[in-house]
Design a protein around this ligand. Structure first.
Ligand code: 16G
Length: 248
């Protein structure tokens, strides 16, 4: 796709975002490259400057581009942005940036839920749950270690899935018919221990971000409790905040 369709139901700024993403995915634009200005984009794609600005601003907010005062807008280097607005998985986050996600499964077993997992997943201690530990990479570079614990009827069938080459969220949604609805997530700063550092290929004691997420199929049914450790230097977590209008 390299043209904006006027009669398409997809808003023009959205079409432009996809075009710009594709220019990164295809390798035409590399991290650190200066992208064309709003004026140039509006001339190339025959759209208003407002539309071009909206697409760029969205991609800046998503961490795909960054702006430098007086210099222009560039393709982001290194840092991966995970939006804390939409519930997305690793594969989606990395692909949206035009990078290639990959996975190394460290372990995948059924194991009895310990007290913490049992509480988070609302099951009895000792219930067999599916425990999956994966190293997640973008363009071959380690970014995170994820330890997911899953509980649902028939979760042992996950043992048969190739979760090294498939997205867990996709498998849950498309193969198991479990639509993921929402998640609670917390973030905590920390320092990498020796084992984490070795897997993430960073120096022990480097800054990391620990995240804990409970993912629900509906509000009352937690399906996943995931603990992850992200390389602090390579990640940005982004949220958009709105102030409540208390005084009117
Ligand atoms: C995210 C989630 C993790 C989930 C994974 C699925 C956090 C803290 N973790 O990384 O809970 O298991 O995505 O990714 O954000 P996948 O669909 O690519 O396997």
């Amino acid at each position: 796709m390299n043209a904006i369709y006027r009669n398409s139901p997809v808003p023009r700024y959205h079409q432009l975002k996809e075009i710009l993403r594709e220019r990164i995915r295809s390798g035409e634009w590399k991290p650190g490259d200066l992208i064309p200005s709003e004026r140039e984009l509006s001339e190339t794609y025959h759209i208003s400057r407002m539309t071009a600005r909206q697409a760029i601003t969205d991609l800046v907010n998503e961490g795909v581009f960054y702006r430098e005062q007086g210099r222009g807008t560039f393709v982001t280097r290194n840092k991966i942005t995970q939006q804390l607005i939409r519930l997305t998985g690793f594969t989606e986050d990395i692909s949206a940036r035009g990078q290639h996600p990959s996975t190394r499964t460290l372990s995948a077993v059924m194991a009895p839920a310990d007290e913490l997992c049992a509480e988070r997943l609302r099951v009895a201690v000792g219930t067999p749950i599916f425990c999956l530990q994966r190293l997640r990479l973008a363009d071959g570079e380690p970014l995170a270690i994820e330890f997911s614990h899953l509980n649902f009827k028939g979760c042992e069938r996950l043992l048969e899935e190739d979760l090294e080459h498939q997205s867990l969220y996709r498998v849950l949604e498309s193969k198991f018919g479990l639509p993921l609805m929402e998640a609670d997530q917390e973030l905590e700063a920390g320092l990498a221990g020796a084992e984490e550092a070795a897997l993430l290929k960073i120096a022990p004691g480097s800054a990391v971000l620990y995240t804990r997420r409970i993912t629900y199929v509906d509000r009352n049914q937690p399906i996943e409790y995931a603990k992850s450790v992200y390389c602090g230097a390579k990640y940005i977590f982004y949220t958009h905040l709105k102030r409540e209008q208390l005084f009117s």
